[in-house]
Design a protein around this ligand. Structure first.
Ligand SMILES: Cc1cc2nc3c(=O)[nH]c(=O)nc-3n(C[C@H](O)[C@H](O)[C@H](O)COP(=O)(O)OP(=O)(O)OC[C@H]3O[C@@H](n4cnc5c(N)ncnc54)[C@H](O)[C@@H]3O)c2cc1C
Length: 407
């Protein structure tokens, strides 16, 4: 058994884990680089294949050097083919392949202060008296134990949280190379609804051209059940041949994915010293499945707090009050005192005036929040009896939320 101690352990080297390690290991001038251990699963079923991440960002962006393409113009097509084109300037829609992202960050993180990388399957993460412990099986089959002051865990959740709505965004894409110049590389098709409507949910095509002859063409559904391989291939063949009319083309690579779209709440804090990040920490936007940009905000927020001598997980508080709380994420424990507008609970969208934190666990505060906001939510402990909190002991969840709130 290997036991190692470190300041921070990050579990999972996907979008969220890598981004957090990058931010932690590049502190502002004058701040020390923490000792970071990044653990990722060995090649196999737990480690995802290469993926394409797209996100909106103004240029220049931090990862521009690794982009496969970017677009200034975005199109949505209705079922009858009518096109609406938008130019989200100063933002561009950027396409980043996960392999290029990993290479870029590996280059930036080489040298002194580089994170220690460990390949292992992590089975458990739990608090200890002085931090947290991560246990699993190393690549050579031996048992592994790592101890850290803080652990950030991005392993995907095994089960989705209870929710009012749970859909899957599931898709398959073909990287195509056509014989004829059929694509306009200046415009990406975000949603093309000229695909046949599935029995439940909705479907659309997604086209990201990287040249006049090359594009990633995807068939996407928002529905409850994924398709089998033949189903996606049939849909893609129909879309590329009959809707887009690409003519002869070859498929140079494929990509597929399933992204949960749910209003269930992903607890960000899994222990005194354990936080969840990325999809596991609620970074996936329920209405669209986009995650990459939110994972960047999480990473910056957590690292900024760490470098400032505080550690906090990704917050739940949006910017209805204090400049500093960016959309959906906290950027650090800015004080909400003196804020005349109040703050807003991301989970329930109720705005609060600047109630001092210590009073928010009172029965009246909890009752107000529960009854007014979360009434039908199975996730709100205070609401399980139909929207009305029963007694103080039902408000554990509210207290935990308060712990996350600005001081
Ligand atoms: C094909 C695809 C395309 C997508 N496209 C977009 C997009 O265009 N824009 C967007 O914003 N979002 C997109 N998403 C959604 C989201 O951005 C990605 O899923 C993103 O990778 C989530 O980041 P993450 O770090 O939370 O999880 P992941 O990137 O999945 O990382 C999880 C990491 O945990 C590791 N791991 C898992 N289990 C263990 C274990 N037991 N022990 C050790 N390590 C473990 C894995 O190896 C992996 O490295 C896409 C998703 C998919 C699947």
């Amino acid at each position: 058994m290997v036991v190692r101690d470190t300041d921070v352990i990050v579990v999972g080297a996907g979008a969220a884990g890598l981004s957090l390690v990058y931010r932690l290991c590049t502190p502002p001038p004058g701040r020390p680089v923490p000792e970071v251990t990044l653990v990722d699963a060995p090649a196999g079923p737990l480690r995802p294949p290469e993926r394409t991440w797209c996100f909106w960002e103004a240029s220049p962006g931090d990862f521009d050097g690794a982009l496969s393409a970017s677009w200034e113009s975005l199109r949505v097509r209705g079922r009858d083919g009518t096109a609406s084109v938008g130019r989200p300037a100063p933002f561009r829609y950027k396409m980043l392949r996960s392999g290029a992202f990993e290479e870029l960050l590996a280059g930036r993180l080489a040298g002194p202060g580089a994170p220690r990388r460990v390949t292992a399957r992590i089975d458990a993460v739990h608090d200890t008296a002085s931090g947290a412990e991560v246990t699993g099986v190393a690549a050579d089959g031996s048992a592994l134990t790592l101890r850290g002051r803080w652990v950030f865990d991005s392993r995907p959740p095994r089960v989705l949280p209870p929710a009012r709505t749970t859909l899957l965004q599931h898709f398959r894409g073909w990287f195509v190379r056509t014989e004829r110049p059929v694509f306009d590389p200046r415009t990406a098709d975000l949603m093309d609804f000229r695909t046949p409507r599935p029995p439940h949910g909705l479907s659309f095509g997604y086209v990201l051209p990287t040249s006049t002859h090359e594009a990633l063409v995807e068939y996407t559904e928002f529905s409850r059940e994924v398709l089998d391989d033949a189903g996606y291939d049939r849909a893609l063949r129909h879309y590329t041949e009959h809707v887009l009319g690409l003519g002869p083309f070859e498929v140079t690579a494929t990509e597929r994915g399933v992204i949960p779209m749910t209003d269930g709440r992903f607890p960000r804090r899994a222990g005194r010293s354990v936080f969840r990040i990325g999809t596991a920490g609620g970074a996936t936007r329920p209405s669209t499945g986009y995650t990459f940009a939110a994972a960047q905000r999480q990473a910056r927020a957590v690292a900024a707090a760490y470098h400032a001598g505080r550690v906090r997980g990704p917050g739940r508080w949006t910017r209805s009050c204090c400049a500093g709380w960016t959309a959906g994420e906290s950027t650090g424990p800015r004080s909400s005192r003196g804020c005349s507008v109040g703050y807003r609970c991301r989970a329930c969208s109720v705005s609060w005036t600047a109630t001092p934190a210590r009073t928010r666990t009172s029965r009246s505060a909890c009752a107000r929040r529960s009854v007014r906001c979360c009434a039908p939510s199975p996730n709100c402990r205070g609401c399980r009896d139909g929207g009305r909190p029963t007694d103080e002991s039902d408000h554990t969840e509210e207290r935990r939320l308060s712990d996350d709130a600005p001081p």
